[in-house]
Design a binder for this molecule. Structure first.
Ligand code: SF4
Length: 63
């Protein structure tokens, strides 16, 4: 799987990088960035949960 963030949608709410700091982090511009683009196993599951929970639907998961 591949994780990306649509920066035009992200509001910087912090949810994803608070919940899954192994995959997401805050970038210099205050928005989220992906630090592990191809998570596997448990991390993949957490990344999917973060995508489901993103209030801006900014996290894109490609299989
Ligand atoms: S949960 Fe969504 S809107 Fe919030 S920081 Fe992460 S990508 Fe951005």
């Amino acid at each position: 799987m591949k994780v990306t963030i649509d920066a035009s949608l992200c509001t910087g709410c912090s949810l994803c990088y608070s919940d899954v700091p192994e995959v997401f982090a805050m970038s210099d511009d205050g928005l989220a960035k992906v630090i592990v683009a191809s998570p596997a196993g448990d991390l993949a599951s957490k990344a999917k949960d973060a995508a489901d929970g993103c209030p801006a639907t900014a996290i894109i998961i490609a299989e």
